[in-house]
Design a protein around this ligand. Structure first.
Ligand SMILES: Cc1cc2nc3c(=O)[nH]c(=O)nc-3n(C[C@H](O)[C@H](O)[C@H](O)COP(=O)(O)OP(=O)(O)OC[C@H]3O[C@@H](n4cnc5c(N)ncnc54)[C@H](O)[C@@H]3O)c2cc1C
Length: 409
């Protein structure tokens, strides 16, 4: 790659930062510009609903690299710089500051943004979303003030905030239209385990109903639900999913459909422009079209996109993986299941120490280890492969042997 080339990365989150690191590691010696709209250098978001929110982590903790890393690697990191337009024909970016930046290769790592709830009172003060370190700082200050927190949505963000808030001694009500948390991803059986976990920790779970309005004089004081309840609240956190930030790409004419469409090697419909992380909707070699909104995907796709920018033909084929920590229950999920026919358990779900497997026609679609450790890689290797269900659920058969498909004795 000629050293007078400019590679630009839009989005200074985890995917963008890891892509920049990889470009230098792989020997790219040209100009490298990393542009981020937030005022902070790249940081990781998982702690923002967990230890960082609870005030148990140092301020430096969520950053991807030390501050001096960027200068040391000649990465021109521009924070607080919003890219407002992309002109693929000219290979040029228009920045909010008015500058125009030409590029030879471009990576879009613009992430996702919380889905907003547009119901009456949605704009009241005290109705919060959690995405940035600033959001987490502000929410922590609110938790310190005590009172009742209402959480709208029983997904990852909602449930992790519920756990952190309870751990800080705050009263919590979770309201969600599903019958159990994570119903769409984990199904009713496993979701019920998480519902019970929160109930055991004193969370009021109002499931099977939707929030219809927020009310209050200037700031939120009450939440109304579809089934006619009124819940007093000192603060509200809305966690109802995220939407990919694909506006820049769409306006530039790149193919966009639930994120920026990329091929197996993460290149968009315009040659020379790549996408990675939450915003990328990839044609996965074994799982089909897939957009993954998880930490590991940003961590791995950023470097993979960097290698593609340098000319590699390698497909990004990693099995999706994510983790969540709530109270003293940690889990890792590997795979991708949306049309399973069976869920089976290995271990003891009642003791919250088990592995759940989602199966279809005897094949493993996904597995989730809960308070069982050092098995995620083995589970990943099983995804997509047939298993003997009887051996799978037998804790006396080592998981590695099930994974290898040994014949039952
Ligand atoms: C509170 C919270 C907790 C989470 N916990 C977990 C967890 O436990 N486990 C897990 O697997 N995942 C978790 N996630 C998800 C994980 O953090 C995301 O998948 C990951 O951050 C995605 O990284 P990314 O780099 O693709 O995008 P992002 O982190 O969204 O970064 C994109 C960056 O691009 C910037 N940007 C966007 N548009 C522009 C533009 N036009 N110009 C300049 N900059 C722009 C944005 O400001 C942003 O800083 C959590 C997310 C949140 C919010």
């Amino acid at each position: 790659m000629p050293t007078d080339n400019t590679f630009a990365i839009v989005g200074a989150g985890l995917a963008g930062a890891k892509a920049a690191e990889t470009l230098r590691q792989e020997g790219f010696d040209g100009r490298l510009v990393l542009l981020g709209a937030e005022p902070e250098r790249p940081y990781e978001r998982p702690p923002l609903s967990k230890e960082y929110l609870r005030g148990e982590a140092e301020r430096e903790q969520p950053f991807v690299h030390e501050a001096r890393f960027y200068a040391e690697h000649r990465i021109d990191l521009r924070v607080g710089e919003n890219v407002v337009r992309l002109d693929p024909a000219r290979r040029e970016l228009a920045l909010g500051s008015g500058e125009r930046l030409g590029y030879d290769r471009l990576l879009l790592a613009t992430g996702s943004a919380p889905r907003r709830l547009s119901i009456p009172g949605g704009e009241l003060e005290g109705v919060r979303y959690l995405r940035t370190v600033g959001d987490s700082d502000a929410l922590r200050a609110r938790l310190d003030a005590g009172g009742r927190l209402v959480i709208v949505g029983a997904g990852w963000i909602g449930c992790e905030v519920a756990a952190s808030a309870r751990q800080r001694g705050v009263e919590v009500t979770v309201i969600a239209p599903h019958s159990v948390p994570f119903e769409r991803v984990l199904g009713a059986e496993v979701g019920a385990i998480y519902r019970d976990l929160h109930v055991d920790h004193g969370v009021e779970m109002l499931l099977g109903t939707a929030v219809t309005a927020f009310e209050g004089a200037g700031r939120v004081e009450r939440v109304r639900t579809q089934d006619g309840r009124t819940i007093e609240s000192d603060a509200v956190v809305v966690g109802v999913g995220a939407t990919p930030r694909a506006m820049l790409a769409a306006a530039a004419g790149l193919a966009v459909d639930n994120g920026i469409l990329v091929n197996e090697r993460l290149e968009t419909s315009v040659p020379g422009i790549f996408a990675a992380g939450d915003v990328a909707n990839q044609l996965h070699p074994s799982l089909g079209r897939l957009r993954v909104e998880h930490w590991d995907n940003a961590l791995q796709q950023g470097p993979a996109a960097a290698r593609s920018m340098l000319g590699s033909n390698e497909s990004y084929a990693r099995v999706p993986y994510f983790f969540s920590d709530q109270y003293d229950v940690g889990m890792e999920y590997s795979g991708h299941a949306n049309d399973w026919d069976r869920v089976v358990f290995r271990g003891d779900p009642a003791a919250r120490e088990f592995i759940a497997f989602w199966l279809r026609e005897g094949h493993v679609l996904a597995g989730m280890n809960v308070n069982v450790w050092d098995v995620a890689e083995t589970i990943q290797a099983m995804v997509g492969h047939p298993v003997d269900e009887r051996r799978l659920v037998d804790p006396d058969v080592p998981l590695e042997h099930v994974a290898l498909g040994e014949v039952a004795s």
